[in-house]
Design a binder for this molecule. Structure first.
Ligand code: GDP
Ligand code: MG
Length: 162
């Protein structure tokens, strides 16, 4: 079986866009309306000749009160089923309470966790990235899932942790 990478994070941070970038196809469901990603869809991918499976998560749009619980459940499921977990955060927004709820769960992960600082579309946005060390999950890796900036470096980091 190929290693499984689960992509988790709150709605609208760009999980499905990142999944499309990682698999090199436009296949994960991306809509401007949050909540349309079907739950836990797996895609085959490869990078530098190594195959892996990428799982997009999401699909619910709980109300504000339910979000921390929902993301905690999403993180628990990822820890149980994936070999590597990517926690995607919107670097322009910074770490929200919901991001921190996910991070608290992932602190217990016995598997590698990669903090992906998404929406770093240009050099100016790089300055927002280091604040995400506060999640306590190590170095945040800047990418622009939309434009591809940093995605090759992220895939290199992923392979090193698989
Ligand atoms: P999800 O709910 O986490 O799966 O997020 P989506 O992938 O559906 O993206 C939510 C919105 O953020 C969409 O409008 C995307 O086009 C936008 N988005 C995703 N990645 C980026 C990025 O790197 N930069 C910018 N500027 N927008 C992005
Ligand atoms: Mg999605």
């Amino acid at each position: 079986p190929t290693p499984v990478v689960a992509v988790v994070g709150r709605p609208n941070v760009g999980k499905s866009t990142l999944v499309n970038r990682l698999i090199g196809r436009r296949q994960a469901v991306v809509e401007d309306t949050p909540g349309v990603t079907r739950d836990r869809i797996a895609y085959d991918a490869q990078w530098n000749g190594r195959r892996f499976t990428v799982v997009d998560t999401g699909g619910w749009e709980p109300d504000a009160e339910g979000r921390a619980a929902a993301i905690a459940a999403q993180a628990e499921a990822a820890m149980a089923t994936a070999d590597v977990i990517m926690l995607v955060v919107d670097a322009l927004v910074g770490a929200t309470d919901v991001d921190e709820a996910a991070a608290r769960v992932l602190h217990r992960a016995k598997k590698p966790v990669i903090v992906v600082a998404n929406k770093v579309d240009d050099a100016r946005a790089e300055s927002d990235v280091s604040a995400l060390w506060s999640l306590g999950l190590g170095e945040p890796f800047p990418v622009s899932a939309l434009h591809g900036r940093g995605s090759g470096d992220l895939l290199d980091v992923l392979l090193a942790k698989m």
